[in-house]
Design a protein around this ligand. Structure first.
Ligand code: PLP
Length: 422
């Protein structure tokens, strides 16, 4: 079936429920939101995917921004024909080198640097996950004089112990775990573009004071648009002044782009919205591997101080990461994200529902608020039953993370379904 003919349709999820139970017999409880079991050999296309019961879903959750090209992108499918599956498919890439006839880790590093050279970031350290990219960003910053850092209210940086300390979202994430020392919390600005790029919420002065007063500061880590914390967008002024203060303190400014990067917001890196030059970028998700990206001078000279077995050794993931950036560049998907993002916001506003407030977004990183967390959760579950996959974030928000090549027809279907459900 052609993508333009596909539509969400759910009949029964019997097999999926059974399979979910099988998973959890030995699988630890984690973050699964609904019982969707992807049939990965099915005819899934773009934002449409099929489960093992044969249902079709319109997926605007896209694995929390991990699949910016949706399902079975034709150019990825074509490229994969060139790829020969071998074993080991993952090797110790920080200990040994690997070369294939298709792009691999070396080429992925080069491709990433094409997008970060403008910030003078010329060196990439490839890892397994986003949290590991964050861990290594703070590790390299410890080569500065200090051992302290600042992160922001409601931030999310991952679940390893270091990244979890930087995560300022409270609740279940943080329960019971010990913290790494020297992490301070600063307020985050949520003024967006409301006041011509100015910050009027008072966060600037307090955050600057926190940075100023933190002695021996080695890093400031910030999401240019907060993801898990609720799609919170700071003002230009806030970001600029935070960067300036970080520079004054001779600390590294880390832009955590694990959710917002790779073109999603209508710029390749979300930090570009603020005309701020980061010292480090962390990336993962759509890249299929984690990456800590910075200037060579910020990485340790000493051999082996940073390393990891599978880093730069996931041959297939690096290949797809490379192709993902190439396809985004070649097909102008950053521009598409900007345009379709505007269309999505327009359609969401046109719903004109009193239950919905705070409609916001940049590019295809958009969200709405419902009245309560319970209502939000109910709408996410009901949407799923109607074939629309969405995810919550923040206290009572629903986020929209479609593939970067989403079409107007698909946005129309999603918004109409959502409106009916609310
Ligand atoms: C901004 C941000 N940083 C870090 C992480 C952690 O990444 P991972 O889940 O790949 O470890 C996430 C994941 O959602 C994220 O959104």
């Amino acid at each position: 079936m052609k993508r333009d003919e596909m539509k969400p349709e759910v009949k029964s999820i019997k097999k999926s429920l059974k399979y979910r139970n099988r998973f959890h017999k030995h699988g630890a409880k984690s973050t699964h939101v609904y019982p969707f079991v992807w049939d990965y050999l099915s005819e899934s296309k773009g934002p449409f995917c099929k489960d093992i019961d044969g249902n079709t879903f319109l997926d605007l959750a896209q694995h929390a921004a991990s699949t910016p090209l949706g399902y079975n992108h034709p150019e990825i499918e074509e490229a994969l024909k060139e790829y020969k599956i071998i074993d080991p498919i993952k090797m110790a890439g920080q200990d040994f080198y690997v070369k294939n006839k298709v792009p691999g880790p070396t080429e992925l590093q080069e491709k990433i640097v094409e997008t970060t050279e403008k910030f003078n970031l010329d060196t990439v350290f490839l890892l397994n996950s986003g949290a590991e990219a964050v861990e290594n960003a703070i590790k390299i910053s410890y080569d500065r004089k200090g051992k302290k850092g600042v992160s922001f209210d409601k931030s999310f940086h991952g679940r390893t112990l270091g990244a979890l300390t930087l995560t300022q979202r409270v609740g279940k994430y943080k329960k019971r775990y010990p913290k790494i020392p020297g992490v301070e919390k600063a307020p985050f600005c949520t003024c967006r573009d409301k006041y011509n790029g100015k910050c009027k919420c008072g966060a600037i002065e307090k955050a600057k004071k926190k940075i100023e007063e933190t002695e021996e500061l080695s890093y400031v880590i910030i999401e240019p648009i907060q993801g898990e914390g609720g799609y919170r967008i700071p003002s230009k002024e806030f970001m600029k002044r935070i960067k300036d203060k970080t520079k004054d303190k001779n600390a590294l400014f880390i832009s955590d782009e694990i959710q917002a990067g790779l073109g999603r917001t209508g710029k390749f890196w979300a930090i570009e919205h603020y005309e701020v030059e980061p010292d480090v970028i962390t990336s993962a998700k759509g890249l299929r591997v984690g990456a800590t990206i910075s200037n060579r001078d910020n990485f340790p000279e000493e051999k082996g101080r940073i390393s990891t077995t599978w880093g730069a050794g996931d041959i297939l993931a690096s290949f797809i990461g490379y192709k993902t950036i190439e396809i985004i560049q070649k097909n102008n998907l950053v521009e598409n994200a900007e345009e379709r993002g505007k269309y999505l916001l327009k359609k969401l506003r046109e719903m004109e529902l009193e239950e919905v407030s705070n409609i916001r977004g940049k590019g295809l990183m958009a969200a709405i608020d419902l009245e309560t967390k319970e209502k939000r959760n109910k709408v996410v579950q009901e949407s799923f039953k109607n074939g629309l996959m969405l995810l919550g974030c923040g206290e009572k928000s629903i986020r929209f993370l479609p593939p970067l090549d989403i079409r107007e027809r698909e946005i129309d279907i999603a918004v109409n379904t959502l409106k009916d459900i609310i």
